[in-house]
Write a protein that binds this ligand. Structure first.
Ligand SMILES: [Zn+2]
Length: 54
């Protein structure tokens, strides 16, 4: 499984973020929860990661 795309974060990526003003990125659930607060970002759980995303 790919690692989180955020610098310095080594948790496994569990969510794909669709970022209108930047490239899509795959991040861990902790970073996804923080980033998805921003307007326009859509979070899409990666397959197999559903149990970690609530
Ligand atoms: Zn992360």
């Amino acid at each position: 499984m790919a690692a989180c795309a955020e610098d310095g974060c080594e948790r496994p990526a569990a969510v794909r973020l669709h970022v209108p003003w930047d490239a899509n990125r795959e991040v861990c659930t902790a970073h996804a929860r923080a980033l998805v607060q921003q307007d326009g970002i859509v979070a899409e759980p990666l397959s197999g990661a559903g149990e970690n995303w609530e």
